[in-house]
Design a protein around this ligand. Structure first.
Ligand SMILES: Nc1ncnc2c1ncn2[C@@H]1O[C@H](COP(=O)(O)OP(=O)(O)OP(=O)(O)O)[C@@H](O)[C@H]1O
Ligand SMILES: [Mg+2]
Length: 309
């Protein structure tokens, strides 16, 4: 039973609710994305689910074990890669692997076998004797994942595993996550990269300790983006935004890099109005087209709705 069932889970620090009565379920073998802005409560939730931090209220069952009454059973069943990698920097790659293998109680034979596997996935053959701190971010990250799953846990928690890693390494890292999931391992992962969230089977979005949305990437887009989105490229996005966002037909307007995304009620009418408004303000229109919404559109929309409450 490699599932995670969270019920009313709450963590209060003094008067402050870091995690506020959250409920969700993660199915066996799925890749579950746990998203939210800085300070939203992701790491606090993960630490409770790993049996490392007690809950103030509510509970969760991880792999069938209760986090409050069976935290040691929980710890034995999971792998955890913390936001700050848990590797020891001043010892070698091999010493780190050996250390984690021993902590998780592997026999000599198992350890030899799993060490090969870790070196393989981390692509660190030949660098066993390198001091860990000399590895670049991407290698260190793969070594950290290898060490976190050296004991073949069936449930894995990855807290921002790809921060500070370049796009190529991130993509390779996600191949490893997919391999784990294909083997039936349940993966809960946090990330600030929304293109990574697209790879998840299910996602929840947490804001100020509360879950504000959940579903598959497809469901989230269908449920929350009801209006067509026009992408507008022009000579002055900031001024264009000021002029467009006050229009009644512009449901939501936000800047994405050098362009503007406008959720509109009626595409044809909005296209005409945007052309007119830009020309009246001598802003040069470079391109305007309807785009498929991304998860970034969904989350920006949801977080803006929250901030209006
Ligand atoms: N031990 C603690 N004592 C008091 N407040 C805490 C403690 N740990 C976390 N917090 C607060 O709880 C809130 C949630 O923190 P948490 O680390 O869970 O956020 P997060 O979603 O992981 O953010 P990030 O994306 O920056 O990692 C923050 O406001 C944080 O300052
Ligand atoms: Mg965090």
């Amino acid at each position: 039973m490699n599932t995670i069932e969270v019920e009313n889970l709450t963590k209060r620090f003094g008067d402050f609710f870091a995690v506020d009565h959250i409920n969700f379920e993660v199915k066996q073998g799925e890749i579950f994305g746990f998203l939210g802005a800085n300070g939203a409560g992701k790491s606090t939730t993960i630490r409770m689910l790993c049996g490392l931090l007690s809950s103030t209220e509510g509970t969760a069952r991880v792999g069938g074990f209760d986090i409050n009454t069976q935290p040691n059973k929980v710890k034995e069943s999971i792998g955890y890669m913390s936001q700050k990698f848990s590797l020891y920097e001043d010892i070698t790659v091999e010493e780190n692997i050996d250390f984690f293998g021993r902590v998780y109680g592997l026999s000599n034979n198992e350890l030899a076998d799993r060490k090969k596997w870790v070196l393989n996935i981390a692509n660190l053959h030949g660098r066993e004797n390198s001091i860990t701190k000399t590895l670049s971010g991407g290698w260190k990250q793969r070594l950290a994942l290898g060490c976190a799953v050296i004991h073949r846990p069936r449930i894995v928690f990855l807290d921002e595993p790809t921060s500070g890693v370049d796009p190529v390494m991130r993509r390779r890292f996600w191949e490893l996550i997919n391999d784990l999931s294909a083997d039936g391992v349940t993966v809960l992962v946090t990330t600030h990269f929304l293109e990574e969230a697209e790879y998840c089977n299910d996602i929840i979005l947490i804001n100020a300790g509360k879950i504000i949305a959940g579903g598959s990437p497809k469901e989230l887009k269908e449920n929350y983006i009801k209006h067509p989105i026009l992408e507008v490229q022009c000579s002055d996005v900031v001024q264009a935004m000021e002029k467009i966002e006050t229009e009644p037909w512009a449901v939501e307007t936000s800047v994405f890099g050098s362009s503007l995304h406008v959720n509109v009620q009626d595409e044809t009418m909005a296209r005409e109005r945007i052309r007119t408004i830009l020309s009246e303000n001598t802003i040069q229109l470079l391109n305007i087209e309807r785009i498929t919404p991304s998860l970034e559109d969904v989350f920006i929309y949801l977080l803006e709705q929250e901030s209006k409450k």
